[in-house]
Design a protein around this ligand. Structure first.
Ligand code: NAP
Length: 257
């Protein structure tokens, strides 16, 4: 397939659903060789495969280094190279900060933060051989301080992702690997609507629309477009940055980063 990413190999973690899936589809239609990882929802990964049989699918738990290593090596065995990494795998467990138990703490930090570290460590040897390599981390506007009830632990993990992004851009300067992050606002995916009634979802959407300067809530394609930009040559002078994709939230405009 022709396109601006022809000849590039992209790995999208958490590419089986939501934002990661939309990103994988966009890279595929832009001509890239695409590999995704899933953890629990093989059916969703299979949906993507039915549509695009060439997409490579690997099971991977980003919390476990050997699992990441296995997935990365099995992809590179087929592709022989890796150019772009999109770290989208993530969880959001909401609740009162003081009520969280060790398991919630571990799941959140290990998936959202340590998971990216493992993926970076395992893909680095391949990325440094690539021309124009880039890593794009899906953070969240929670990580720059946007408050939403019950998301303190999640916000801390995403703030970590943002600092990791900045420091990796610095660390990998000599290897010419750019590292940027996207901080989406509320986007309708399983993560944000699962377990909620239609009324609750409508209320949430009303709230975010009323706090948006663009008059709508986010969709997965908004984040995919940002990922395409950050992976392309058009952003070649951007490194260590956070692109906030939140519809211009009125309560953020004064302290965007
Ligand atoms: P989602 O629909 O719930 O998808 C989450 C993805 O992460 C799934 O593919 C899931 O795989 C994978 N995953 C979860 N735990 C994993 C683990 N331990 N190892 C490997 N993969 C794992 O969520 P989403 O809304 O697309 O979110 C994607 C990213 O965007 C997350 O980092 C999230 O924090 C961030 N984000 C989302 C929003 C939003 O409003 N939706 C806003 C800001 C940031 P399986 O399904 O196969 O288990």
């Amino acid at each position: 397939m022709n396109g601006k990413f022809q000849g590039k190999v992209v790995l999208v973690t958490g590419g089986s659903r939501g934002i990661g899936k939309a990103i994988a589809e966009r890279f595929y239609t832009e001509g890239a060789t695409v590999a995704i990882t899933y953890l629990n929802h093989f059916e969703d990964a299979k949906d993507l495969l039915r549509k695009y049989p060439e997409i490579m699918v690997e099971k991977c738990d980003v919390r476990v280094r050997t699992s990441v290593s296995h997935a990365v090596n099995s992809i590179v065995e087929k592709t022989k190279s890796l150019d772009l990494i999109i770290n989208s795998a993530g969880v959001m467990i909401t609740g009162k900060f003081t009520d969280f138990d060790e398991e919630v703490y571990r799941t959140t930090m290990d998936t959202n933060l340590k998971g990216i570290i493992y993926v970076v460590l395992e893909t680095f040897p391949f990325l440094k051989r690539s021309k124009n390599a880039a890593i794009i981390n899906i953070a969240s506007n929670a990580g720059i301080g946007t408050a939403m009830p019950g998301t303190t632990l999640y916000a801390i993990s995403k703030a970590g992702v943002i600092m990791l992004t900045k420091r990796l851009a610095y660390e990998f300067a000599d290897d010419r690997i750019r590292v940027n992050a996207i901080a989406p606002g509320w986007v309708e995916t399983d993560m944000t609507v699962q377990g909620k009634s239609q009324d609750e979802i409508d209320n949430i959407k009303r709230y975010f629309k009323s706090h948006s300067t663009t008059g709508r809530t986010g969709v997965v394609q908004d984040v995919a477009s940002a990922a395409i930009y950050l992976a392309s040559e058009e952003s070649s002078f951007m490194n260590g940055q956070v692109l906030v994709i939140d519809g211009g939230r009125t309560d953020n405009l004064t302290h965007s980063i």
